[in-house]
Ligand binder design. Structure first.
Ligand code: SF4
Ligand code: SF4
Ligand code: SF4
Length: 300
């Protein structure tokens, strides 16, 4: 059977699929849909560069226009590199990566699988210790000259698989919360007639033990922060501080703001470890905060 493609499908086929959000949308697909319905212009994709604009112009029967600099610049393609000596294993970069190119486990160092990295920059801003750099790896080549259709196809597939997995995890978490609520409601109903069942108070020994564990955790975090601060100073002195931490999407900015708010609530100067501790038990570790609907996103 011949596949019938919509205009959005055909536009999406021409996009580089880095899922970088620089177009102002949550991913390549929402941007394709926005271009198809006339909500977005066809010159908002920096990874595609001039060649990308020309491809879209040809499809849409419109003139070739310059890339909109408000969305970023065409540049040699970078690849994320994690300084494993500084990484504190908070997992925030892994949660931000749209194509699952980062591997690691909570409280262990993380590594980028370079062959899978699209150079989208999305892992850089959430890193609380600024240990991710984005060195260019394509020499002078930019845009589609620094990318290829097989790479775009692979990135698209990985992104789609990730989205499906996150949706499954969200559904499972919601089901667990609903089951727990209903069980709690049933228990409360059963206990209601007694009216005076009290919860046993925590013992002084268990309170002291918890305080001790908390103090140790804070000491470890502060030591990690101190190491990270020194490393940052060294990198800044060498002109190698992390790149592109300003040009972030509204979605990523929301993640950063949420992380900062949690750190302030906990009265700490900030690592991802506390954010994990602060996460509800039912929130999946690999699940970023809910996305802002594409329609409410402002192009940068
Ligand atoms: S700017 Fe990034 S997310 Fe938007 S269409 Fe281009 S590659 Fe995809
Ligand atoms: S590792 Fe970082 S730069 Fe590479 S694809 Fe993932 S989020 Fe983007
Ligand atoms: S975000 Fe966390 S896990 Fe990722 S590189 Fe930075 S410190 Fe390591």
């Amino acid at each position: 059977m011949t596949e019938i493609k919509t205009l959005a499908d055909r536009i999406e086929d021409l996009l580089p699929q880095t899922q970088c959000t620089k177009c102002g949308y949550a991913a390549c697909r929402p941007y394709a849909e926005a271009v198809a319905c006339g909500e977005a212009n066809y010159n908002q994709c920096p990874p595609g560069g001039e060649e990308g604009v020309a491809r879209l112009a040809a499809l849409l029967g419109k003139p070739v226009i310059p890339l909109n600099s408000a969305n970023g610049v065409e540049r040699p393609r970078p690849v994320a590199v994690i300084d494993e000596q500084v990484c504190i294993g908070c997992t925030l970069c892994m949660q931000a990566c749209p194509v699952d190119a980062i591997v690691g486990a909570p409280k262990h160092m993380h590594t980028v699988v370079a062959e899978l990295c699209t150079g989208c920059d999305l892992c850089v801003p959430p890193c609380p210790v600024d240990c991710i750099s984005m060195p260019p790896v394509t020499g002078e080549a930019t845009g589609w000259d620094a990318w290829s259709q097989p790479l775009a196809d692979a990135a698209r597939e990985r992104h789609n698989r990730r989205e499906a997995r996150l949706a499954r995890e969200r559904e499972a978490a919601e089901a667990r919360v609903a089951a727990r609520r209903s069980s709690a409601a049933a228990t409360a109903a059963t206990n209601a007639p007694a009216g005076n069942v009290s919860t046993p108070a925590a013992s002084p020994a268990s309170i002291a033990g918890n305080a001790d564990a908390e103090a140790k955790k804070r000491a470890i975090i502060q030591a990690a922060l101190e190491r990270a601060r020194k490393k940052k100073e060294e990198l800044a002195a060498k002109g190698q501080a992390p790149l592109n931490t300003e040009q972030v999407s509204a979605d990523v900015q929301l993640q950063i703001d949420a992380a900062e708010a949690r750190r302030r609530r906990l009265g700490l100067t900030g690592t991802g470890a506390e954010q994990l501790a602060d996460k509800p038990a039912d929130e999946p570790a690999g699940n970023p905060p809910p996305s802002t609907p594409a329609s409410t996103r402002n192009p940068r």
